[in-house]
Design a protein around this ligand. Sequence first.
Ligand code: DX5
Length: 227
Amino acid sequence: MTARANGFPLPRGRAALVPSVLAADFTCLKSSLAPVKRAADWVQVDVMDGRFVPNISFGPGIVPAVAKASGLPIDAHLMVSEPGRFIDAFAAAGSGLITVHAEARNAGACLRKIKALGLRAGLAVRPRTSLARVVPFLAGLDLILIMTVEPGFGGQAFMPEMMPKVAKARSLISRSGRRIWLQVDGGINAATALTAAQAGADSFVIGSALFSSGKPAAFLRGLRAEL
Ligand code: DX5
């Protein structure tokens, strides 16, 4: 299998570092994202609808702007109650991977639709949602996202109590024999990324810690060396 499918990287035993746009400098996306081009693997747009989470962020219009500014593939994390209404738009906007939440409406049908569009499909679970909600969909997944904060805002504290869930997801993936990313998102910095990697994560969404570092490329290179 190629290292990329539909332009999106596949797990190949190397950590995937994923800047979260939510924490980028919106006064100039280009200067904020251009430095991560050579050091990151893809970029995540954190989409919020004000219903599934108590915050509103952005729509599909941001995808081409982020893709142009970063030159990287885009992962659209839909923190929305009815993701089925937005999959076509995020696909048409250029997302290479779309993640829906297991707690959202018609998650299974959404995953099937994402795959039918030739995209990579991710399934996310809130901290309080059991991993059992992921098992029925495992065969069709390209990514499992274990939230390490309650979704809705950047800059929150990492929840170390999510590590047993990460470890359980890693053994689920290993037993499945499938190439599925195990992503963590929320409160990820150099220390918590190592904690999550030890539990079995191999994709790290990083917002505040990355962009507040002032040197995002150096931050990512240093983290990759550690991982
Ligand atoms: C949660 C958001 C954050 C963001 C990363 O809803 O999606 O997880 O991506 O936030 P930091 O890295 O700032 O905790």
